[in-house]
Write a protein that binds this ligand. Sequence first.
Ligand code: PDD
Length: 290
Amino acid sequence: MPRIAYVNGRYAPTAQASVNIEDRGYQFADGVYEYIAFYNRVLLDADAHLARLERSLAKLGIGKPMERAPLKLVMRELIEQNGRDDGAIYLQITRGVARRDHPFPQIPPRPALSMSVFEPKTPKPGEAAKGVRVITHPDERWKHCDIKSISLLAGVLAKQAAALAGAKEAWLLLPDGTVTEGAASNSFIVTEREGVITHPADHHILGGITRDIVLRLARENSIGVAERPFSIHEAHTAQEAFLTSTSPNVLSVVQIDGRTIGNGKPGPVTQKLMALYHSYILAQTGKDFS
Ligand code: PDD
């Protein structure tokens, strides 16, 4: 069965789905995106993702191509047309097609909406049980990381550095040594005194949907939470570290730049949060990870 994509009102095999070369997304990265997982054909946290999408659009002055309810109908139809139970939808909205000129076009074009479907990015064998290694990399991104912009070059370069180093992720550092987040995930450390520590959801990071759920689950289960910046030095000496993203969810980080974190194994707090998050997915979608 070919993968089916959606582009501006049409469903078509992904290989044949195309956009205009004068789309401002193509020429200026003038657009935003979301990446939403589904299990048993049920979208996980669709409203939280779509609320973040609406915030990103509003911050860039891009109109909504359609309201939330019809958008969800299109996503559900796309899942059906792809005949896949588990996976993820990549959804992108750009300012639309206009002759190339930096300022917004005087007559706003119709925002362009496209979606494609992917197989789930499940952790490689052993990653969930043994944890993963990350490297650090300078945070070379712009000052509006809270917008889920399609302008991802700094993240691409950081991820490539991680791939070359055989690491799962790059943790991004400000010049003063603050860890903001990963190139495509949020970053957390765990200490005995404070519990789970993660950068506040300000303009330095993308406030992850998984991050929000994991912090809520931690608070509901009497695990301490501190939303404050932490340094790479604190990360090196933390008891535990982990990362979160839509897929692959919660992953223990057992090595940063070759330095072992804690005892080099997924710690009890991370394991508890992984289990709680899996129960959360089970309750929402019926998907059983155990
Ligand atoms: N990335 N921070 C950044 C920079 C990200 O790109 C992502 C997600 C996250 C985690 O957000 P969430 O929990 O809402 O997935 C944090 C997606 C998955 C991507 O670019 O493919």
